[in-house]
Design a protein around this ligand. Structure first.
Ligand code: ADP
Length: 349
């Protein structure tokens, strides 16, 4: 990483040299062209005087051979100018493309580094906690309540590890072989259940659920959409300090179901909004972040919503916090061949 700025400096130097050299060559070409024109004009003048075709300078400047010579000179001048412009424009576009590619590479490398650092930490810390619990069980005689408490901690850590591995597998699958298992779903019921589950797990947070009655059933992948809502609800709590207040609402507008998850947390800066759905992307760096995570959650969310032909947006909440708005179509989505085959098998059985 240390060599990259030096490399960039070197490439800027080369580009600056190319531009200067080109400007110099263009000026030289202009001068040479002008000198050649002056020499040709002198020669033509002498020839025409010798042939007694002209008497005065005015006759010369109005003569056909001179006008043709002047036209050819101007044409050449425009040609040099045109070439120079095309070259400069191509160079600028080329440099811009290289720069953009380079910045993308640097960002991807940074994200990979962040991901490796966070994943190592995320994997190691539950393993260490579970190891500690087991070692305590082995070495010490514990009371029932202590056993209960330690087992709960161990189970929590195991669950964290499981979620992480599931996320990793799901994100790999989303890139290649994800085919949602579509079934009839009542999204309002699913969301309400999850809100209660998360509320149980996080007593410090206040979750409010608002829903319109008569929301149509939709066709969706229950496991996938569950993962979407859990990710968004857990993020809403994770990225809020103190006592988070979260409003979850669901309503239907024509053929679309709209879901909003609004928190009063730290918010997402405007320049980060377009990046947070990228794989492994986390706001800030490993040194400045205080929260745990891998940057996979919102990538999974976006891909699953996309597979349902829906869309997701992130907005600012007022006075502070973030709102994630999801829109999902109600109309039925065609089942995949695998699903139809599976249903056929079930019917035959
Ligand atoms: P992770 O939470 O593992 O970092 P995510 O993909 O879920 O990964 O989120 C990506 C980034 O988006 C997070 O690092 C965080 O900075 C930001 N983010 C996500 N949800 C919220 C939220 N509700 N409030 C503020 N920032 C958020």
């Amino acid at each position: 990483m240390k060599g990259i700025p030096r490399l960039r400096l070197l490439s800027y130097g080369v580009i600056a040299y190319m531009l200067l050299a080109f400007a110099w060559w263009s000026v030289l070409l202009f001068t040479k062209n002008r000198d050649a024109f002056a020499a040709k004009r002198e020669l033509l003048h002498l020839v025409m005087i010798a042939r007694e075709e002209i008497n005065t300078d005015e006759d010369f400047f109005k003569s056909k051979p001179y006008l043709e010579l002047e036209q050819s000179y101007k044409r050449q001048e425009w040609m040099v100018l045109g070439e120079a412009l095309v070259f400069v424009i191509s160079l600028v576009i080329g440099v811009w493309l290289i720069n953009r590619g380079y910045n993308k590479q640097v960002m991807a490398a940074q994200q990979r580094r962040n991901f490796l650092l966070s994943i190592t930490h995320e994997l190691k810390s539950p393993i260490a906690s579970i190891k500690l619990v087991l070692e305590t069980f082995r070495k010490r005689k514990l009371r029932d309540d202590q056993i209960q408490k330690l087992s709960n901690n161990g189970l929590k850590e195991a669950e964290r590890l499981n979620t992480l591995v599931t996320d990793l597998l799901l994100s790999a699958k989303l890139e290649t072989a994800y085919s949602p298992y579509m079934e009839d779903l009542n999204l309002a019921e699913l969301l309400e259940d999850l809100v209660y589950k998360i509320q149980d797990k996080s007593p410090k947070a206040q979750l409010h659920f608002h829903h319109q009655t008569n929301i149509s059933d939709m066709h969706g992948d229950k496991a996938g959409l569950t993962s979407v809502f859990i990710n968004l609800l857990e993020n809403a709590i994770k990225y809020s300090s103190g006592n988070p207040v979260i409003h979850v609402s669901i309503k239907q507008k024509n053929n679309h179901i709209q879901i909003e998850i609004a928190d009063n947390g730290i918010g997402v800066p405007d320049k980060e909004k377009e990046h947070i759905f990228e794989k492994f992307y986390r706001v800030g760096s490993e040194n400045t972040r205080t929260t745990k995570g891998t940057g996979l959650g919102l990538y999974i969310v976006k891909e699953i919503i996309k597979a349902h032909k829906g869309n997701i947006q992130v907005k600012d909440n007022l006075p502070k916090g973030t709102v994630f708005c999801i829109e999902l179509p109600v109309e039925k989505i065609n089942k995949t061949d695998d699903q139809l085959l599976e249903e056929q098998k079930i019917n035959q059985a």
